[in-house]
Design a protein around this ligand. Structure first.
Ligand SMILES: *Cc1c(COP(=O)(O)O)cnc(C)c1O
Length: 456
């Protein structure tokens, strides 16, 4: 088989700035060892997130010019609505400025004290919005999904038995909605099988609970179904994506992922009553229902992006470029979540730096080392992001300590990825020198964005 190539030519380039190791040490100290506080100009390869970092196509840029900026009834809204309705089949399409705004609106209506929201694994903003409403966010991913070293095709799947037990225990009246995150971002970017989506829906239907998809990476999930699930290899990606949505009653989406845009999102659903309340809230917090928190040009770019993202050549290149990085790291014994997910490589920090206790954030230590060694920005997904404290102030750690190398869409070439692999390999070779960190300042919610650290 020949090399899988980037299925595009580069029309416009953005230079990246090179820094020295000693410059980066100073920059990192100034940023209190938190990559979110590093100016982007001082980053060589930015793998902080795949969110809002995609390169738009020429057609999307053309759409930016085409955007209709009418306050009400914009032509661009109707295109946006048509594309999303056609893809998802949902009746109501509500634009928001990004994914979390859709979450905020949905949980403000459906959440609240005494309510429970199950999910395979809540993404951080989803969890925060559930909890902010007073409800409890519960992760019910299968046992396989909690084993980073295990190679299995659909580690994002929901544990069906656990879901049934959970509903019976908490009472269906206390569970306004159940979510499935496709792909499962916080669980390693792992896909959910069509069979699992079907089974989750069947259970929920028997209790009268609606199923919503957190659809940020629906296209990547559809690609994995095509490649890994029996009966789907001959179906088109569009057919598979449509089937995924057909089992659900609604979705929230950050278009900053598989929408291939830099800003935008939406809430889409069938329930008239929730949609009516959502539009009322939208007007208070985002904007008029035909633009939400977005400009007409954004709606146009999202519509175009959603049409491009299910291209077979694009997704083949996309998933292969992530897998390629995973292979290079695995080849030298670096422990990563297996198999590689759709949008990122997740390094198993406990396996990488076993000498650093979780209280000293082994993931954050690796993040800092990657920046100093190669100007690569990554993010910790472990005790910094999801850690809680018990009543005596002792850290309660999540199951996994991970470092995420998220790959922006259509931005970096194979040689960039080769460089990233070299830097990670170099840090791994010198892993005994890694030192832990302590938090010196933190916010009560989503602390990883602003926390400050010092080295131990
Ligand atoms: C990014 C993301 C969100 C939130 O979307 P924003 O656009 O960042 O607000 C929600 N869920 C998942 C799975 C995500 O990846």
């Amino acid at each position: 088989m020949k090399t899988i190539i980037e299925p595009f030519k580069i029309k416009s380039v953005e230079p990246i700035r090179f820094t020295t190791e000693s410059e980066r040490e100073r920059i990192l100290r100034k940023a209190f060892y938190n990559p979110f506080l590093i100016p982007a100009e001082d980053v060589l390869i930015d793998l902080l997130t795949d969110s809002g970092t995609a390169a738009m196509s020429a057609k999307q840029w053309a759409g930016i010019m085409e955007g209709d900026e009418s306050y009400a009834g914009s032509k661009s809204f109707f295109r946006f609505e048509r594309v999303i309705r056609d893809l998802t089949g949902f009746k109501h399409v509500i634009p928001t400025h990004q994914g979390r705004a859709a979450e905020k609106i949905l949980f403000a209506i459906t959440g609240g004290k005494g309510k429970f929201i199950p999910n395979n694994t809540h993404f951080d903003t989803t969890r925060a919005n559930v909890e902010y409403s007073g409800a409890e966010a519960v992760d019910l991913v299968t046992a396989d999904g909690r084993r980073p070293e295990l190679v299995a095709p659909f580690k994002g799947n929901m544990d069906i038995e656990a879901l049934k037990k959970f509903i019976v225990e908490k009472g269906k009246e206390n569970i306004p909605v159940c979510f499935l995150t496709v792909t499962n971002n916080s669980g390693g970017g792992q896909p959910v099988s069509m069979q699992n989506i079907r089974e989750v829906k069947k259970v929920l239907k028997s209790f009268g609970i609606p199923l919503f998809l957190d659809a940020c990476r629906f296209a990547e999930n559809a690609f994995f179904i095509k490649k890994r699930e029996a009966g789907y290899s001959r179906k088109s990606l569009v057919e598979i994506a449509k089937e995924m949505f057909s089992h659900a009653d609604g979705c929230t989406m950050s278009a900053k992922k598989d929408g291939l845009v830099n800003m935008g999102g939406f809430l889409a659903l069938n329930d008239h009553n929730i949609a009516r309340q959502a539009r009322n809230l939208l007007i208070v917090t985002e904007g008029f229902p035909t633009y939400g928190g977005l400009a007409g040009r954004d709606l146009e770019a999202i519509a175009q992006g959603l049409e491009e993202v299910l291209d077979e050549h694009y997704l083949t290149y996309r998933i292969r470029s992530v897998e390629y990085l995973g292979e290079k790291l695995t080849a030298v014994g670096i422990p990563i979540v297996q198999p590689p997910g759709g949008h990122a490589i997740y390094i198993d920090a406990k396996g990488f730096a076993p000498h650093i206790p979780v209280q000293e954030f082994p993931g954050q230590a690796i993040v800092c080392a990657l920046y100093i060694a190669g100007g690569i920005r990554s993010v910790e997904i472990g005790s910094v992001m999801f850690g809680k404290y018990d009543s005596r102030g002792k850290l309660i750690s999540p199951a996994m300590e991970l470092v995420r190398l998220a790959i922006p869409r259509r931005v970096y070439t194979q040689s960039h990825i080769d460089y990233v692999a070299e830097v990670v390999q170099q840090v791994f070779a010198q892993r005994n020198r890694l030192k832990g960190l302590k938090i010196t300042e933190e916010a009560p919610v989503l602390r990883h964005f602003t926390a400050k650290f010092r080295t131990v």
